[in-house]
Design a protein around this ligand. Structure first.
Ligand SMILES: [Zn+2]
Ligand SMILES: [Zn+2]
Length: 333
């Protein structure tokens, strides 16, 4: 099969993904083989490729927002019919036995396996995944619309949940890429007022088109104090600015898997019961709940399509903030 291989971490400007012919995987017991139709491009892929996350497998095929068709079932893998359209997300599987899995917090599993990082992902014509961690994709979404829902969408949704935001409240977004452009649609559906702070004018424009009450630069103070804010941009210097925009008791959620160091700041910014918390992965329940709501709203993703062979170009564009919405690799029809 054709796939994009990362042999060693390197800056994306050096186009490190190698478009190559490799052996297609075979489904083991409990797994399904999926013929990939589309795969979303996520900032986490950049963190994997550029080595900000320590390498787990080499070479590795990145990609963890995979939409495709079940082509073969491993032994005991009859949960989905052959030909069913399914999705594979970042959480490839968990051990199911650690303290966190037993507490219903499988997103925090002590021994997790991640798609496109610790095992091969969806920048390829085929992928295998455990059937229990695969999602049914609602019929109403075309492939390239569905792909960004599987990480950007689910993580944005979990970030919204952890923010505790309620109808009628004010929510800030810092950074307005793939996750925020989906999360704003859920927030608006919940009658939340959204303020978008982002350095890129195209992203500010998209935020306003999607119903933001205000859009400004990353460090411009929103016109109202915020009940909660979510930082999607991987830049630690945003944290003090976002804290400064919160009302007393407000919640700041950090939505990324990687962030540059957070500068020290005055305790006054945190005092008055403001809270900071991070988001790590998601549970399968988050994914199921989100895909249901996404179909009901319905969410519309703005997808910029690239062929599989041009994954390096898509990732360079993502790094340069040149993607309004989400980048998606079209792998097959
Ligand atoms: Zn576990
Ligand atoms: Zn992701």
């Amino acid at each position: 099969m054709k796939a994009c291989l990362l042999n060693a971490p390197a800056r994306i400007e050096t186009n490190p993904l190698q478009f190559a012919e490799v052996a297609a995987p075979q489904p083991a017991r409990g797994e399904v083989l999926i013929r990939v139709r589309a795969c979303g491009v996520c900032r986490t892929d950049l963190h994997v490729i550029e080595g900000e996350l320590p390498p787990r497998k080499s070479p590795v095929i990145p990609g963890h927002q995979v939409v495709g068709i079940i082509e073969k079932q491993g032994e005991g893998s009859g949960r989905f019919a052959l030909g069913a359209r399914v999705g594979v997300a970042w959480l490839h599987h968990t051990d199911g036995v650690c303290e966190y899995c037993r507490r219903g917090e499988e997103n925090l599993c002590d021994d997790p396996v991640f798609t496109g990082y610790s095992v091969d992902g969806g920048y390829a014509e085929y992928i295998v995944a455990p059937q229990d961690f695969v999602y049914a994709i609602p019929e109403s979404f075309p492939d390239e619309q569905a792909a960004p829902l599987l990480c950007a969408g689910i993580i944005g949704f979990r970030s919204l949940r952890l923010s505790g935001i309620k109808p009628g409240e004010r929510l800030g977004f810092y950074g307005f890429g793939a996750a925020a452009h989906v999360a704003i649609q859920v927030a608006r559906h919940w009658k939340v007022t959204v303020y978008a702070s982002t350095r890129d004018a195209r992203h500010q424009k998209l935020a306003l088109e999607l119903g933001a009450a205000w859009a400004g630069g990353t460090f411009d103070a929103p016109p109202e104090k915020l009940d909660a804010a979510i930082v999607f941009a991987p830049a630690g210097e945003i944290v003090p600015a976002a804290l400064g925009a919160l009302r007393k008791g407000g919640v700041l959620v950090l939505g990324g898997i990687h962030m540059s160091p957070i500068p020290s700041f005055s305790y006054d910014l945190l005092y008055q019961e403001r809270m900071i918390r991070s988001v790590a992965n998601n549970t399968r329940q988050d994914g199921e709940d989100f895909l249901g709501i996404a179909a009901e709203i319905p969410i519309r993703t703005h997808a910029q399509i690239y062929p599989l062979s041009e994954a390096n170009r898509a990732l360079n564009a993502l790094k340069n903030d040149a993607i309004p919405g989400a980048a998606v690799l079209r792998v097959s029809e």
